[in-house]
Design a binder for this molecule. Structure first.
Ligand code: CO
Length: 439
């Protein structure tokens, strides 16, 4: 296994470790961008852009778009865009959902996205998210917390109480996913939800009186790690889709050529349909692209021209062939872990790939001697969706859907290849540094 690939995998694990929620992922991407000379823009302010300079903008603290302002006018060459999503399936805490039963303080949760629930049980869980506090003079301020310590658990039922358990358990989301936080003593006189808020505030030294709202999520405290006899696998939570966020972040900070304008966009809320203020099905990307065109002196017609000349890569995890469930795959399309980036294709266009856009990605792979694979689902298995088709239909930009092959997608612990992550990062770097041959 080459050293560069190992180092990159270690860096991905660090990236995931400090990104328990989409908010934290954006903070980490922001930190890396600032380190590499990117300047922050505010959507509410007037922008001035200089060719050769690098910028980023944030929405809702959970989506971010970064770009390098090219020397050529975008109406003549368009944008080179890569997108991924910052969110992952999780269990979101209901702030007023605390109850005490059998002397245990429990919080009810609401699933966010399509998690495999069974993988969340008997795990050491912590809490991270956004707390909004009153900062005086009627203003609100967002704080981002990560308790880091294991402070909660969702215990399974004992097999003695359900001898049929190994035939598969259907967990009731309201009753069976409640997380146990603490024992309660007879001295605790507070309402359960007040008690919960106080326990959180103790951990982050905040005054509970000042809290006006919270968006908190459970996450697994166990760090990701490299696995396999030859150190070939990456095993971690949130590989979908923080691995692609990490690759894109590496690519956009690796000094892309500056004639053309490169854009990296990280959307929240892909796992719940993308139709939010900051999701892929919002104005975020289109607003950004058109604003760059206008601020660069372009007209309304130039916005259409620049988008028609652009190309987008939508990067999201892809299902690798699972040898224990071989029957779930089309035998002609069996991408394997460590076999390189996967181009995702669907007749119903759940993926944005077309016979015109796939060859562009294949050429990028060949340019940097990276193998690629293709994926079409079994005809009787519907595919998931990605941000690719949404951004493509909203902006009129050609797009290809790709991703690194992975196992156990949406488990609390997913597996991908060390080489896959390296390969994908090399191809994305190549995209930003090439002069796209547009016809
Ligand atoms: Co995904």
């Amino acid at each position: 296994m080459n050293n560069k690939a190992q180092n990159l995998a270690e860096d991905l694990l660090n990236f995931i470790q400090v990104s328990p929620t989409a908010f934290h992922a954006v903070l980490e991407i922001e930190r890396r961008l600032l380190q590499n000379g990117f300047a922050k823009l505010d959507e509410r302010s007037k922008w001035t852009l200089s060719p050769g300079k690098k910028y980023y903008v944030v929405r809702n603290n959970s989506s971010l778009a970064a770009f390098t302002q090219g020397r050529k006018n975008v109406r003549d060459c368009g944008f080179k865009i890569i997108g991924a999503h910052t969110d992952s399936p999780a269990l979101k805490i209901k702030n007023e959902g605390a109850s005490v039963k059998g002397s245990l303080l429990r919080m009810s949760v609401e699933p966010y996205g399509g998690a495999i629930y069974s993988t969340w049980l008997d795990r050491n869980l912590s809490i991270a998210g956004r707390i909004v506090i009153e900062s005086g003079k009627g203003d609100f301020e967002s704080r981002f917390i990560d308790l880091k310590d294991p402070i909660a658990i969702i215990p399974n039922q004992a097999i003695h109480m359900n001898r049929e358990m190994n035939k598969g358990v259907e967990y009731n989301k309201q009753n069976h996913l409640q997380a146990v936080f603490s024992g309660v003593s007879s001295d605790d006189k507070d309402e359960p939800s007040v008690l919960f808020k106080k326990l959180i505030c103790q951990k982050v030294t905040l005054d509970p009186e000042k809290i006006v709202d919270m968006e908190l999520y459970l996450y697994d405290v166990q760090s990701g790690l490299i696995n396999g006899m030859n150190d070939e696998f990456i095993s971690s939570g949130r590989i979908d889709n923080l691995s692609m966020c990490h690759s894109i972040c590496e690519a956009i900070t690796s000094n892309p050529e500056i004639d053309e304008t490169s854009v990296a966009v990280f959307f929240d809320n892909e796992e719940v349909g993308s139709k939010t203020l900051q999701g892929a099905d919002s104005s975020f990307l289109k607003d950004l692209l058109d604003r760059i065109t206008f601020v660069s002196g372009g007209t309304l017609e130039d916005t259409y021209r620049s988008r028609a000349l652009s190309f987008a890569i939508s990067a999201d995890g892809a299902h690798a062939h699972h040898p224990n469930y071989a029957e779930s795959h089309d035998p002609a399309y069996t991408p394997v872990v460590n076999g390189g980036p996967v181009i995702k294709i669907s007749s119903t266009y759940r993926y944005s790939t077309t016979s015109e856009t796939a060859p562009v990605f294949k050429k990028l792979c060949r340019d940097v001697s990276v193998p690629y694979q293709e994926l079409i689902n079994r005809s009787d298995v519907p595919s998931g969706s990605t941000i690719g088709t949404i951004t493509s239909s909203l902006t009129g930009i050609k797009s290809v859907d790709v991703g690194s092959p992975m196992l156990a997608m949406h488990s609390i612990r997913e597996t991908t290849g060390v080489l896959d992550h390296f390969y994908m990062t090399e191809v994305l770097k190549r995209f930003y540094s090439c002069d796209l041959n547009r016809n």
